[in-house]
Write a protein that binds this ligand. Structure first.
Ligand code: INS
Ligand code: FE2
Length: 333
């Protein structure tokens, strides 16, 4: 949704709630466990530097913002309860009703030419000051902060992989489509293949697809639908959103991000696959070898979502140097 007000901190977070009492990581009724290994790799966000006051308007204007620095893993991705649940459900209901094979083909046609705008990556990241993701139960602040949170988490755990830091920063930049009049249900949220059966690990699977025509269409509602066994995710059409869009933009502009990074960008919202373990029958060997990278990325994408706000102004020059190295100059969007 387009955001009009100049100061996102006031306009978009009128009542961020404490989530001390939230329920555990729930996906359509079933809990997903988190391994010890995953757990220990998350210590970075406890040490991430936090500013108490200063250039970050979110803290300056929200002195009573409820803190959740101590959020534990089980508190994330609660799709049953919580202060944002109505907004989240509404977004997924629209998405799961309207994302059909035809719709996705139309969006590919509309966006793949990268003829909407021209700008550098940092400007695109900062434009996410104007976007609050309405599908996300864990974030009620502008996406630009989440970009730096993710990047800094990765930087701390993988200091030697500068391309990975950059991927953290830019992975959600495709959400800029929301500022160009694309509805949020065609921009944000978990993705899933269209043209074949919607699997059970898709969030709200039982309640949100009832009016999706593809769900009743025998061409599209079988296990494989329009796809060949193990055809590879590159051949699968995913619900349209920011993952695929940014992937296309980076390819179009011939950015030099390694293949692992491109996979992270393209499939980071494909929770039914990287976390749910579904859709393996569509994967080829390359997908399987890339999956651990996507999962590694996911730890930082998800578990750095706290009310610890990074000092964006101070971090910008480091990230600009990575942009200059891997995807310099003005890009076509
Ligand atoms: O990968 C994430 C995840 O799916 C979140 O739940 C969603 O809100 C975001 O839009 C997406 O980028
Ligand atoms: Fe994302």
């Amino acid at each position: 949704m387009r955001r009009e007000a100049p100061d996102p901190s006031l306009a978009y977070r009128p009542n961020l709630e404490k989530n001390d009492n939230t329920d555990y990581r729930i996906f359509g009724g079933s809990r997903q466990s988190v391994s010890e290994e995953q757990h220990s790799s998350c210590k970075y966000f406890i040490t991430m530097r936090v500013i108490s006051i200063g250039p970050d308007p979110s803290l300056a204007y929200r002195p009573d913002l409820e803190k959740n620095e101590n959020k534990v893993k089980e508190d994330y991705r609660n799709f049953e309860t919580g202060s944002l649940i109505d907004r989240v459900f509404r977004t997924y209901k629209l998405m799961h009703t309207n994302q059909t094979l035809d719709f996705v083909k139309k969006k590919h046609y509309e966006w793949s030419g990268c003829s909407h705008s021209q700008m550098g990556i940092m400007d695109a990241v900062m434009s996410l000051d104007q976007v609050v993701d309405e599908s996300d139960p864990d974030v009620d602040f502008p996406n630009s902060f989440h970009a730096f949170q993710t990047a800094e988490g990765i930087r701390e755990a993988h200091p030697d992989k500068d391309w990975f830091h950059l991927v953290g920063l830019i992975h959600d930049v495709g959400k800029i489509m929301a500022l160009w009049d694309e509805p949020q249900w065609a921009v944000v949220g978990d993705t899933f293949p269209v043209g074949c059966k919607y699997q059970n690990s898709v969030v709200f699977r039982d309640t949100t697809f009832l009016e999706n025509p593809d769900d009743k269409d025998p061409r599209y509602n079988s296990e494989y639908g329009i796809y060949e066994p193990n055809c590879g995710l590159d051949k699968v059409l995913m619900s349209w959103g920011h993952d695929e869009y940014l992937y296309r933009v980076l390819k179009f502009n011939k950015c030099q991000i390694p293949e692992e990074g491109l996979y992270m960008i393209r499939f980071h919202s494909f929770y039914p696959w990287h976390t749910g373990g579904d859709y393996m029958h569509l994967c080829n060997d390359k997908d399987l070898s890339m999956m651990p990278w996507v999962q590694e990325f996911n730890k930082f994408d998800l578990y750095t979502k706290t009310t610890n706000m990074p000092d964006v102004d101070e971090l910008k020059s480091y990230y600009q140097s990575l942009i200059d190295k891997y995807c310099p100059g003005i890009l076509k969007w």
